[in-house]
Design a protein around this ligand. Structure first.
Ligand code: NAD
Length: 503
């Protein structure tokens, strides 16, 4: 399928909910438009979900989870085969998915085609391979007793996801939930709904039983909130802003939801004078400018040792200035348009804030010249920032980097930890002891030493402080989607007090 036919077919078909294995319009018949960030023209109409749609989807997911249902009867090995089939179908549809993802989000085709969509298939393969031992527990033999534990799927998982890398993140949540044996209702972000529905179509094609995976589109308040409040939903996995995390916890309190929250970040990249500066330079620029800067783990604060500061920041500025901004569907483009007119307005506001605060704008900070339409923004780099400034404290979520100098290790650590967030952190040094000591001191869920953000799926992924709670990855994901049940079996006639027995 070429780009124009993909575009025409989504404009014609639009995007519907997928509930109980069927594509359906919203109960109220309402729709909203999803915009192409490259032009801000509508791509298609999308079903707008409300509490009624969530209710139907949650009930369908509960029925699919009922004892004796095809999903519950299915052997883990067969569940694994189905998830592998989903992965193979993602690979088969990679071109269509990549084009739709780029159209809907403005993410570059080099990212969607070669990284994001293939990673979604990898997510299914990885968790499919774990499905056969998903229920494994432990044994705790003791005198006269055998205790053993089972892991059992928790039930219906509510998944709420953001717009930055929608397809990859949705599969990153869904694959472990299904491998664990749960069923799911996904509420994708309203600014990037298209590929979630394509995923539902892939599930149909793979013959996954109806109701196992449901998608309800819509806005946070209208469709997300009822999902967090629904009594048939056992757990909520949210990826989104920190404020949304707080709201969601409050909303889910009455029905005692279990939460996994992956929230915002303002991650530091600390570069010491003894680092491999060529590689550190590549990582510093890529870490914050890739994915249009809309990356939760973006290295958005460059904390740089004073002795190498001037030369290093000059080289960063030169590289940032040379980044190719352009049409996301052009394979040469390095940074595409930002997701939405509201989002570019917010990022531009941060440019103003940085200037008002007295940071020095080295490059960028404007709408990109040469584009009459769309949310094109020039990659932006500020130097001379103080850690206390808003541009050094708040998540901008765009191709927006600030540099803060430091003199000593202690000062670097204080700056690195001096924000409310604690998601990722990056550390560049050739000094072995410094690397480990510093890594131990960083308040973050993840530390990469002399490395860009390279994920290894079994390792824990998540944040501390305002960046969230809970971990994804390998067994860590299963901990969230499973209950532990202990079974204690007496192996001898142990003492049982004889209450009420006449002597
Ligand atoms: P957002 O919080 O605005 O929206 C995320 C999702 O929550 C959307 O689907 C939205 O509709 C829904 N939502 C909003 N209000 C809700 C409510 N009251 N109840 C239920 N659902 C509600 O976030 P966004 O703007 O889509 O995404 C950007 C944010 O996501 C950034 O802060 C970024 O750091 C974060 N993020 C974090 C990670 C991570 O792994 N930590 C990964 C990607 C993105």
């Amino acid at each position: 399928m070429d780009i124009e036919s993909i575009r025409a077919s989504i404009a014609r078909d639009g995007v519907q909910h997928c509930i109980d294995g069927e594509f359906v319009p919203g109960a109220r018949g309402e729709t909203f438009q999803t915009l192409n960030p490259a032009t801000n023209e509508p791509i298609c109409e999308v079903a707008a979900g409300h509490a009624e749609d969530i209710d139907r989807a949650a009930r369908a997911a509960r029925r699919a989870f009922a004892p004796g249902s095809p999903w519950r009867r299915m052997k883990a090995a067969d569940r694994a085969k189905l998830l592998h089939k989903v992965a193979d179908l993602i690979d088969r549809h990679v071109e269509e998915l990549a084009v739709l993802e780029s159209l809907d989000t403005g993410q570059t085709i080099r990212q969607t085609r070669h990284v994001q969509i293939p990673r979604a298939a990898d997510n299914f393969r990885f968790f499919a391979d774990l499905a056969v031992r998903a229920q494994d527990g432990h044994t705790y033999p003791t005198d006269g007793f055998l205790n053993y534990t089972l892991r059992q799927p928790v039930g219906v998982a509510g998944l709420i996801t953001p717009w930055n890398t929608p397809f990859m993140l949705e599969t990153w949540k869904l694959a472990p939930a299904l491998a664990a044996g749960c069923t799911a209702v996904l509420k994708p972000a309203e600014w990037s709904p298209i590929t979630a529905s394509k995923l539902a179509a892939i599930f149909q094609e793979a013959d996954v039983p109806p109701g196992v995976f449901n998608v309800v589109h819509g806005f946070g308040e209208e469709a997300g909130k009822p999902l967090t409040e629904h009594p048939e939903v056992n757990v909520i996995a949210l990826v989104g802003e920190t404020l949304t995390g707080s709201l969601v916890m409050r909303q889910g309190a009455d029905t005692l939801k279990r939460f996994h929250l992956e929230l915002g970040g303002k991650s530091p990249i600390v570069v010491f004078e003894d680092a491999d500066l060529e590689r550190a330079l590549d990582a510093a620029v890529f870490g914050v400018m890739s994915l249009n800067g809309q990356r939760c783990t973006a290295s958005s604060r460059l904390i740089i040792q004073e002795s190498i500061h001037d030369e290093f920041v000059a080289r960063v500025a030169e590289r940032v200035r040379a980044i190719r901004v352009g049409d996301p569907l052009d394979p040469e483009t390095e940074v595409g348009p930002l997701i939405h007119p509201e989002h570019i307005a917010r990022v531009l506001e941060y440019v103003q804030i940085g200037q008002n605060e007295g940071a020095r704008l080295e490059t960028g900070g404007t709408r990109a010249p040469g584009f009459e339409r769309g949310n094109y923004f020039t990659p932006t780099f500020f130097t001379g920032a103080l850690s206390s400034m808003r541009v050094a404290q708040e998540e901008v979520f765009g191709p927006f980097l600030i540099a803060v100098p430091f003199k000593t290790d202690a000062e670097a650590l204080e700056i690195a930890n001096g924000v409310r967030y604690g998601l990722a952190s990056y550390l560049w040094t050739s000094h072995l002891t410094r690397a480990h000591t510093f890594a131990h001191g960083l308040e973050a869920g993840m530390v990469w030493v002399n490395s860009q953000n390279v994920r290894h799926l079994p390792t824990p992924f998540g944040g501390v402080k305002a960046s969230g709670m809970g971990r994804d990855g390998g067994e860590y994901s299963f901990e969230f989607y499973m209950e532990h049940k202990n079974v204690a079996v007496a192996l001898s006639n142990h003492h049982i007090p004889e209450m009420g027995k006449r002597r």
